[in-house]
Design a protein around this ligand. Structure first.
Ligand code: SAM
Ligand code: SF4
Ligand code: SF4
Length: 346
């Protein structure tokens, strides 16, 4: 896909603009999803970031505003579980003020949305993505490993829709032998609901989830399984960097997406950067080294100095981990260590 570049846009080493910033607002979570924060690693002794190392709302809002000057059009709050951050609506309000024309979204496990959806919408949130991997209660409780029932998340999705955060996107990570046999049920449930379900291939993020390629159900296989029961046809991507392959139901009952990070990497169109909760900038989900923004922020750097720093980081960006992984699989360890998703923000 091609797209007109604006004069303020910066391009990385492969000509990719910076369009998307994912902001992790906390590294903590009230779930212990086995594929993300397994409790054997994230147990009672795990040391999360101390409060003074986490960016303040003012710092996040300032950075959000600066990023939009470099071409960012979408800010997404994530984590960890972003709704655990106290007074999240106040952060959304500050971001809205710093970036009035920018799309502000949230990715959440949905467990606290019944209470928070309306205040978040009132503060200026545009959209929400809720993670829900299965409708089978026993499997869901086992996957989140904290016994949260499916109904809590479904109530959160309803609250988001009622607050006007529509369409709600639903993210479902599919792991072979764990929840793949329940994927078609998920599709059937959300078909015609006005929400958009996206299946995500289980990824080798971080070093703690014991990823092996056999656990991945390739999107093509999953699409076939869905199509066998609910006829679908592919839709053209709507913008550069759109990560989900979209399919529409032939009977007009909406769409379903497939995020093919493992089977068909999309690095060539990757326009995202990630800001960790403690203020480091990462240019790839699989990056090992970030650039510390907190230090210059707290040392009194001017907007122009910060913008220069951000431009410098993006211009030399040459990340394409997923493409390299495709070439290296199954020996992914040869690509070196990786940062945990709960830290860098999914
Ligand atoms: N806690 C929030 C949530 O679960 O939506 C936001 C952070 S979470 C890290 C963001 C997304 O990453 C979720 O949709 C989650 O399912 C996904 N995720 C986590 N680990 C993953 C993995 N190993 N492979 C694919 N997706 C993963
Ligand atoms: Fe928490 Fe989200 Fe990771 Fe699950 S996927 S452990 S909800 S951060
Ligand atoms: Fe973007 Fe890195 Fe993912 Fe490739 S591997 S799509 S560069 S985040």
């Amino acid at each position: 896909m091609t797209e007109q570049a604006a004069p303020t846009d910066i391009l990385d080493a492969f000509g990719r603009p910076l369009r998307d910033l994912r902001i992790s607002v906390t590294d903590r979570c009230n779930f212990r999803c086995r594929y993300c924060m397994p409790r054997e690693v994230f147990g009672p002794d795990f040391e999360f970031l101390p409060r003074d190392q986490i960016l303040t709302f003012e710092e996040i809002a300032r950075l959000g505003g600066l990023f939009t000057q470099l071409g960012v059009r979408k800010l997404r709050l994530t984590g960890g579980e972003p709704t655990l951050r106290a007074d999240l609506p106040a952060l959304v309000a500050q971001l809205r003020e710093a970036a009035p024309d920018t799309d502000i979204a949230l990715t959440t496990n949905g467990s606290l949305l019944t209470r928070l959806a309306q205040p978040l919408a009132d503060a200026g949130l545009d959209r929400v993505t809720v993670s829900l991997d299965t409708l089978d209660d026993a499997i869901f409780r086992d996957m989140n490993d904290v016994e949260v029932p499916v109904q809590t998340v479904l109530d959160g999705i309803d609250a988001a829709a009622a607050a006007g955060l529509r369409p709600v996107k639903i993210n479902a990570v599919i792991k072979r032998g764990v929840n793949d046999h329940t994927a078609v049920d998920l599709a059937r449930y959300f078909k015609g609901s006005g929400h958009i379900l996206r299946f995500i291939e289980y990824m080798d993020v971080g070093a703690t989830n014991g990823w092996v390629l056999d656990d991945v159900v390739p999107a093509a296989e999953l699409a076939e399984r869905v199509a066998a029961e609910l006829p679908i046809e592919p839709v053209e991507p709507s913008y550069r960097g759109e990560v989900a392959r979209r399919w529409r139901y032939l009977d007009g009952d909406g769409e379903v997406g497939f995020i093919t990070s493992v089977s068909a990497p999309f690095c060539g169109d990757c326009t995202r950067a990630r800001l960790s909760a403690d203020g480091s900038l990462y240019t790839c989900l699989f990056a090992v080294l970030g650039t510390d923004l907190r230090e210059p922020l707290r040392a009194g750097a001017s907007d122009e100095e910060l913008l220069d720093l951000l431009r410098g980081v993006w211009r030399i960006r040459d990340d394409r981990y997923s493409e390299l992984r495709s070439a290296a699989t199954p020996d992914v360890a040869s690509l070196g260590p990786r940062i945990e998703m709960s830290y860098i923000g999914g």
